[in-house]
Design a protein around this ligand. Structure first.
Ligand SMILES: Nc1ncnc2c1ncn2[C@@H]1O[C@H](COP(=O)(O)OP(=O)(O)OP(=O)(O)O)[C@@H](O)[C@H]1O
Length: 255
């Protein structure tokens, strides 16, 4: 699948938040969106998954402007794992994961055997099957995050958008989540704070600052100590890790 944004601008009142964001994602690439707090990562992702409407610019899925696709059709193509998940009602874990099947169903159509199988498989994948009958709101932040990933897996889409997906997760589950997503072998666009995690999993990275893309390339091309200083105002050392064919970033304490 191909997902493109062309010159996306987004303003609230007089405040300009996104100042012309263009990305082009295809070939089952894992794309990282990095940048400091407030740089516009979540706002941009919300435009991609249609929670926000850009003030200007276009979003195009497989050659079609998303304005010409209804929400249900785009939900068959793009699933989302966002940072904040709160339900006013007492949904069980099973209910939440089955919600991932709704774009594939007609109104009033009941979940069938296949939907239940997909729900169980998705829960198994995130190591949460034992929690299937629990009330979602009683889970810890990390457990909830894994259920939201299971819901996205159950949606069976060609593209996954993740907004800081490893928030709340301990290191084992951060790596587990990233591995699960990587193995899906679909287009992934993920806002990521941890630069080492971004380096390990992303094929390409877009760097946002103040609503602009200031760099784009492979982790090795982008995550240089100069860029980290310029964008995050932090001193860092960047080491090539030949064993894992990635880079490791060590931060230098501020003095
Ligand atoms: N509804 C809103 N009203 C006013 N300002 C907003 C609104 N939504 C976002 N902003 C501002 O837009 C900017 C970008 O926010 P956004 O959440 O996209 O940043 P981010 O890069 O995801 O940040 P973080 O890393 O902290 O999650 C911030 O300065 C934020 O305060």
């Amino acid at each position: 699948m191909n997902l493109k944004s062309e010159d996306i601008k987004f303003s609230i009142g007089k405040k300009s938040i996104l100042k012309g964001i263009s990305i082009d994602v295809s070939n089952r690439e894992f794309i990282g969106i990095i940048g400091p707090n407030g740089s516009g990562k979540s706002t941009f992702l919300k435009c991609l998954y249609r929670t926000l409407k850009p003030s200007l610019g276009s979003i195009i899925i497989d050659g079609t402007n998303i304005n010409k696709i209804n929400i249900k059709e785009s939900a068959k193509k793009i699933a989302v794992v966002s940072q904040h998940n709160f339900y006013d009602f007492d949904f069980s874990v099973k209910d939440i994961v089955l919600m991932g099947r709704s774009p594939h169903k007609n109104m009033m159509e009941r979940d069938n055997e296949n939907d239940y199988k997909i729900m169980y498989d998705s829960l198994k994948k995130v190591d949460m099957l034992d929690f299937k009958d629990r009330n979602f709101n009683t889970l810890s932040g990390g457990e909830q995050q894994r259920i939201i990933l299971a819901r996205a897996l159950a949606q069976k889409t060609d593209c996954l958008i993740l907004d800081e997906p490893t928030n709340h997760l301990d290191i084992k589950y951060q790596l587990q989540l990233m591995n699960i997503v990587k193995e899906l072998d679909i287009e992934v666009i993920a806002a990521i704070h941890d630069l080492n995690i971004a380096a390990m999993y992303c094929d390409k990275i877009y760097v946002l600052k103040d609503g602009y893309i200031v760099a784009y390339g492979t982790p090795k091309e982008v995550l240089t100590k100069e860029l980290i200083k310029q964008v995050y105002e932090v001193d860092a050392m960047v080491y090539e890790n030949e064993e894992s064919n990635t880079i490791n970033i060590l931060y230098t304490p501020c003095v």
